[in-house]
Each structure stands twice: as C-alpha cells, then as structure tokens.
Design a protein around this ligand. Structure first.
Ligand code: BES
Ligand code: MN
Length: 485
C-alpha cells in the first residue's frame, strides 16, 4: 500500500475511533471496565495487611500490558514490585516513558464513604472508589490511549516504556535504585508522560509545570520517666505537651511565614508568564473558602492563597498527639508528646538542608527538662519544567520534548475546547525530579483529576468524561510524536 493510501486509511480509522470514544466502546480493550476491575483491587501500599492485594494488583497491571502485546517485566524490590512494560523498536523511533502508580491511600475513615471504597461505582457521570482519581483513572487514560493506538496502527513507529510503581503514596523508596540501574536504557528516551496532577475543572485542563518538593519528619518530646499525677507534680516539671505547643507555635509568625532562620534562602523568583497564566485561572477566594468550609484563609503575607500553594514552601503539622485522649478527664502530666511535620519545598530548596535547619531549630527551642528524639523521613526535590516558547525556555530543550508540549497544548484545545493553563501545583511526586536528575528526562504532566475528586479522602471519584477526553488527548500526543497526523 502506498504511504498516501495508508495515511488516508489511518485518518478514516481515527475519525471512527473518535466517534466511538463517545461511548467508550473499543475493540478489545474496554478502558472503563478495566478501570473498574483495577479499582476493585485493594492496593494500599502503606499497610502491610494489604500485601497480597498488592501482588494481585501487580499481576492485573502486568496482565493488562500483556493483553496489549507489550513485553512485561516485573521488578521485585525490597518493598512493592514495579511493573515495567515495553514496546521496543528501532532507535530512530521516538521513545516515550509513561509513569503511573498502582498503589492507593488507605481508606479510613471508612464510615464516611457513601459507597464501598473498593467497589467501583458509577454515579452521575463519576466513577467512585479509592484510587479512581489518584492514580488508577488518570493513568488508564494513557494505557487506553496506547491500547487503542496499537489496535488502529499495529505498526506505530513509537517505542514505549511504562513504569507503574506500587510505592508512590509512601515516597517511592525503591524506584530511584531502578532508575539508577536502568540509567542507560531509560536515559535515551525523549520524555516522560503522566497524569497524576490536578486540573482546575473539567472544562479547564492544566498542564503541570512544577511540583513542590517535600521533607517529612517526626519527633517526640520526653519529660518525666512516667505519666505523673498532675496534683502531686503539676507545677514542678515541664509538661511535654506544653513544650510541644510552645515549640510548634514558634515555627510560624502571625502572618504565616515559617519562622526558621534560613528557611526561605533558596526560594526562587517566579517568572512573569507564570503569574499571567495563574491570573487567567481567575480563582475566586469566596468560592474557595466556601468549598473548604472556612471563614478565612491564612496565606503567607504578600501572596494570594493560589500563589502560596504553588510558589512558596510550607511547614505543616500533620499530626500532634500525647497525653490522655480517652473519655472524660485524667489528671496527669504526660510523660511525652509527639508530632509529625512535612515541609513542602520550592525553587532550589534542598530537602536534606531544610530537614536539618528545621530539626536544629526545633532542638534549639526545646526547654531544659525536656529531651527530644528526632526522626527524619522520606523526601523529594522540587521540580520545574519550562514549556517551549517562553522567555526562560532552555536554549537546548530537546526538540521532541518541545514537540510534546506543543502537541499537548493543541490536543487539549481540540478535545476539551479550551487551551490548557501551564501551572505549577502544590503537591509532590518526588520521583519526577529524580527522573530529571538521573535520566535527564523532563515530564509532560496532564492534570486529569479535579478539586472535587476527594483525593486521599473518603468518596474519591473521577469524572468519566475526563477519562474519555484524556484518552483522546493522550492518543493525539502519541500520534503526533510518532509522526502520524
Ligand atoms: N498525585 C499526588 C500528587 C499531587 C497532588 C500533585 C495534587 C499535584 C496536585 C500524589 O499521589 C501524592 O499524593 N503525593 C504525595 C507525595 C508524598 C507521599 C511523598 C503528596 O504530595 O503528599
Ligand atoms: Mn498520585
């Protein structure tokens, strides 16, 4: 067949496929049914009680790729296994790495779920269930896109490597060693494609160009060698909960700056085009407050809340506990108090350096009579990527990365009816900066979950229409990268 004829045939097939996309009816691969099955698997990475479900999920993911005709490798790690699936080909073909995670957050508090968390339930255009949005649904957009493309164009000139890990929600402790080990194979890829970030709404999709870094820590303040009768000893010793409250309260100023000397040293300036892009988002503080059920917001001085979550670091208390928490009262001076903190990082902030700064500051503020035990947890470096045609686009930006951003811009405009906003997000996907550092690859991140999707919370869901359109967007990007129009 001549090339021209074949191209004409491809175009007809593409039109038919787009028409079919409306009903989510595809040849062999039914993305919605696959996703329902996927959500039914209880892949909670944080809780060892779910270990066998994690293995079942691994096998499900592997099976899906085998059905699509890809070569599957299961990489065992010290923790949960990683599924790597490949479509190989000549070195002249573009090579896209697609990332996702098959693990999900725990489901508690289970009593607040209106449907069974591990039974995918379709209701009012949404698919409910743990992991529907983070990350099984958005990830399925790319898997479905590849499945459909390979059915339509069995000879698609594109190399693909899927990396689907099972430990994102616990800080990806075992993915970095894999990247280092496979550095040679993976670093010659062109870019990474993923959907594990937020869009403002189903009408306004975002391409995420920045993620905050993170550093996690936990500490215990220890006072007397046992809980004490507060009548007998209260007033004589430093109460660890009082010390905890005082130390924690000292870590912010009233205008919500982090009160740790040096904390902001490596925060970098935000480009004008980024501020313009955020203005186009047109967020409304009243709507935002109402959606959160708060009467006032508390952003860092000089920033709107929408800027603060994207452009600034934070120090957040994730948990604080100690003393008597049962029914009624108990008159004690508790022996100890505990707290968990995470800092979100931006710009050039280094997790190890910030972790040490915060730890040293806390230590220096612990009063005499109280001992501190400190534990530093997982961390991730902030990530930024500049799309093409911006004042600060790197001169040496790889052409296929630039092509991917332009294709993404165009595809989102065509499929969702509005061009995307290129925005930073406040969340973290630590592996993305590692991929840049170890493999030299940048990531094209298409936001396919929404503020209403209840990530990490009860009643998580994904909009089915976003999944369908996201699939079409991914197909168009991959086609354009393959040189098929
Ligand atoms: N998908 C999220 C990250 C995210 C959330 C990006 C919102 C952009 C907007 C991811 O699964 C996640 O929750 N990551 C954790 C990382 C942590 C466990 C190291 C996070 O951000 O808290
Ligand atoms: Mn996620």
């Amino acid at each position: 067949m001549t090339l021209l004829l074949r191209r004409a045939q491809w175009q007809i097939q593409a039109v038919v496929a787009f028409a079919e996309a409306g009903s989510l009816l595809f040849g062999m691969f039914d993305p919605l049914e696959k996703l329902k099955e996927y959500i039914g698997l209880q892949s909670v990475s944080a809780d060892s009680a779910y270990r066998s479900e994690m293995l079942k999920t691994r096998d499900f993911v592997a099976g899906m790729f085998r059905e699509m005709g890809l070569g599957v490798e299961i990489v065992d790690t010290k923790g949960h296994p990683i599924v790597v699936a490949r479509r190989t080909g000549p070195a002249s073909w573009p090579h896209v790495v697609i990332y996702g995670h098959y693990d999900v957050q725990p489901v508690d508090p289970i009593e607040l779920w209106e449907t069974e968390p591990f039974v995918a339930t379709e209701k009012d255009g949404r698919l409910y269930g743990r992991g529907a949005a983070d990350n099984k649904g958005p990830q399925m957009a790319h898997i479905a896109a590849v499945a459909e493309l390979l059915e339509e164009y069995p000879e698609l000139p594109l190399r693909l490597t899927f990396v689907i890990e099972g430990e994102e929600e616990i800080g990806s402790p075992n993915l970095l060693p894999l990247l280092e080990e496979r550095q040679e194979e993976l670093s010659e890829a062109d870019f990474v494609l993923l959907s594990d970030t937020l869009s403002p709404s189903a009408e306004q999709i975002a391409v995420t160009v920045g993620l905050r870094g993170i550093v996690e820590m936990e500490f215990e303040l220890v006072g007397p060698n046992s809980d004490l009768h507060s009548g007998l000893y209260g007033g004589a010793v430093y109460n660890p909960l009082q010390a905890m409250a005082e130390v924690c309260a000292s870590l912010h100023t009233p205008d919500n700056r982090v009160n740790v000397p040096g904390f902001y040293d490596d925060v970098t300036e935000v480009e004008d085009w980024e501020r313009e892009e955020l203005k186009r988002l047109g967020s409304d503080e009243e709507v935002y407050k109402a959606s959160l059920g708060v009467e006032a917001l508390h952003p860092h001085a000089g920033y709107t809340p929408f800027e603060a979550i994207r452009y600034l670091p934070t120090l957040e208390f994730n948990g604080m506990w100690g003393g008597y928490q049962g029914e009624g009262s108990k008159t004690i001076v508790p022996a100890k108090a505990q707290a968990k903190i995470t800092c979100r990082l931006v710009g050039q902030m280094d997790p190890a350096k910030i972790g040490k700064l915060v730890a040293d500051t806390i230590r220096s503020r612990v009063p005499a009579g109280i001992r501190i035990d400190f534990r530093m947890g997982h961390s991730g470096v902030p990530y930024l990527v500049v799309p093409p045609d911006r004042p600060n686009t790197p001169q040496n930006q790889p052409p296929r990365l630039a092509q991917a951003f332009r294709a993404t811009d165009r595809a989102i405009n065509e499929v969702f009816g509005r061009p995307p906003l290129f925005l930073r997000e406040g969340g973290s996907i630590p592996i993305i900066a590692d991929v840049k550092r170890v493999l030299g690859l940048d990531s094209v991140m298409i936001g396919l979950f929404l503020p209403e999707d209840n990530l990490h919370a009860p009643n998580e869901s994904m909009v089915v229409g976003v999944l369908k359109k996201g699939t079409e967007v991914s197909k168009r990007i991959l086609k354009e990268i393959s040189g098929i129009y």
